[in-house]
Design a protein around this ligand. Structure first.
Ligand code: NBP
Length: 485
């Protein structure tokens, strides 16, 4: 056996990862359920490196050096289990099975347990960057045993994209940690995209700017602290035109149906956040905003009825328009800091819940390249966690606190303007409410606790003394201490 690593599942992602391994000097074994995918890869790209193709799983496994490193790149879900079930009887103690698909971290935890019991390592790994990243350098988020990372890490790091000489791949933590972090990454991506879309809508509706003018705005923003892949591609999308019905060029963004779709990782993030009790409002609002946009029949019915009254846009003028572009930029930046702060809180909560000990600064580091959310900004997050790994919130970091503090007047102005114009800004406004919620010394939750005690005897704590209390609402109105004392 001479192969360093094997890839099974050679659709777009698997094929590109296999080519990436081979191009980086690793002898790469290939297997796919449908043989033609192997043949095509060898035919088209066989000269890019040293490939060992197989026509059956047994010879694929036999072609690998030990401990065997086998990367599964099949459709996430049942297919992954089917492939694992076929593979396991052919493997030997210490071999490493890597799942690079978009698995749910719960599935990864289950699979890791099952394989560990058989003396095998299971590495659930997030792979970010799509087809292009898979070929030229993805961001890689591997979970699993530390021991397996020793044998696998160097190979993965060699194919990951590097930023400032540091590979965007590092050990994330045990069992489901890698897929969990990848999931939160995708959730943050949803939030970031939603915020950018809100900024676009505000400037388009509020200032009546054309998509081409807005492309320039986003290009300018991309030269400042918002510099990121998502801002860059926003300008590209806004610049694009296609011939409309009469053949003349129309901005593509005006031709695209305004119903956003989703594949599900954003939803997973929010479901998990609800279970962990972490307020990731930015991600949740982004997922719900996509759902609302996709409720096409309901939106049509509401518009046809014409009974839900309110402002329908209308442009800002004079003093109201002055400085509005910069204000929207500030609001976008501040909201983005909140969304990332919430995402990193979620990583901490998952890490605490499952005992993963995830290094948040290291996660910011490996997201700097390859990923959809790659951005300058992540360097700041890394620095914040380097300074204090136990920051109670990213918002408390000196740099971010100052940045958000400086932005907050603009942020309030933008949210207030949006509300007045009737432009929905769930991302901007919920981020601002989250910021204020963290900041306020007292919250309305005191009243909620009172209500809960009245209708359900759920008890409350008091600010002036320790203990758990209940008021005898339907009795004489006196208060009882309920805990043992
Ligand atoms: P697909 O998700 O379309 O899966 C196709 C592959 O799965 C083919 O190789 C197919 O074999 C194989 N497969 C299936 Br389906 N059922 C199988 C079974 N029962 N036994 C064996 N093989 C089976 O491929 P993809 O789009 O390349 O994505 C691969 C993974 O990467 C997925 O989990 C996906 O979610 C993830 N992904 C990640 C990103 C990213 O940016 N990180 C992007 C795209 C995809 P066949 O050729 O015989 O049909």
């Amino acid at each position: 056996p001479r192969a360093d690593i094997g890839v099974t599942g050679l659709a777009v992602m698997g094929r590109n990862l296999a080519r990436n391994f081979a191009r980086n000097g690793h002898v790469t074994a290939l297997y796919n359920r449908t043989q033609s995918r192997v043949d095509e890869l060898i035919e088209q790209f066989g000269d890019e490196g040293d490939f060992v193709p197989s026509t059956d799983l047994k010879s694929f496994v036999a072609s690998l050096k030990r401990p065997r490193r086998i990367m599964i790149m099949v459709k996430a879900g049942k297919a992954t289990d089917a492939v694992i079930d076929e593979l396991v009887p052919l493997l030997e103690e210490g071999d490493i099975v890597i799942d690079g698909g978009n698995a749910h971290f719960d599935d990864t935890r289950r699979r890791e347990q099952a394989l560990k019991a058989k003396g095998l390592h299971f590495v659930g790994t997030g792979v970010s960057g799509g087809e292009e990243g898979a070929l030229n350098g993805p961001s890689i988020m591997p979970g699993g045993s530390k021991e397996s990372y020793e044998a696998l890490g160097p190979i993965l790091e060699s194919i990951a994209v590097a930023v400032d000489g540091t590979p965007c791949c590092t050990y994330v933590g045990p069992d489901g940690a890698g897929h969990f972090v990848k999931m939160v990454h995708n959730g943050i991506e949803y939030a970031d995209m939603q915020l950018i879309a809100e900024a676009y809508e505000l400037l388009r509706q509020g200032l009546g700017k054309t998509p081409a003018e807005l492309a320039d705005v986003f290009r300018t923003w991309n030269e400042g602290d918002l510099e990121s892949f998502l801002i860059e591609i926003t300008a590209r999308v806004l610049d694009k035109t296609h011939p409309g019905a009469d053949g003349s060029p129309v901005p593509l963004v005006d031709l695209i149906v305004d119903a956003a779709e989703q594949k599900g990782t954003g939803r997973w993030t929010v479901q998990t956040a609800l279970e962990l009790g972490v307020p990731t409002t930015g991600i949740a609002e982004a997922v719900f905003a996509r759902s609302l946009s996709g409720s096409v029949d309901q939106r049509k019915a509401v518009q046809a009825a014409g009974t839900l009254v309110g402002p329908t846009g209308g442009s800002l003028a004079g003093a109201e328009a002055e400085g509005f572009v910069d204000a929207v930029r500030d609001a976008l930046y501040a909201s983005k800091v909140v969304a990332y702060a919430q995402g990193f809180d979620m990583i901490q909560a998952g890490s605490d819940q499952y005992g993963w000990d995830v290094d948040k600064g290291a996660m910011a580091t490996i997201w700097r390249g390859g990923c959809i959310i790659r951005a300058q900004f992540l360097n700041r997050i890394k620095e914040a966690y380097d300074k204090d790994a136990h920051l109670a919130s990213l918002l408390l970091d000196e740099y971010f606190a100052a940045a958000v503090g400086n932005a907050q007047d603009s942020w309030r102005r933008v949210v207030a303007t949006a509300v007045r114009l009737g432009i929905p800004v769930p991302g901007f406004s919920s981020a601002l409410s989250y910021y204020d919620g963290l900041r306020r010394e007292r919250l309305g939750a005191a009243l909620v606790q009172g209500q809960r005690d009245l209708f359900g005897a759920h008890t409350y704590g008091r600010v002036d003394k320790p203990g758990t209390f209940h008021t005898l609402w339907s009795g004489d109105g006196s208060e009882e201490r309920q805990d043992a004392h």
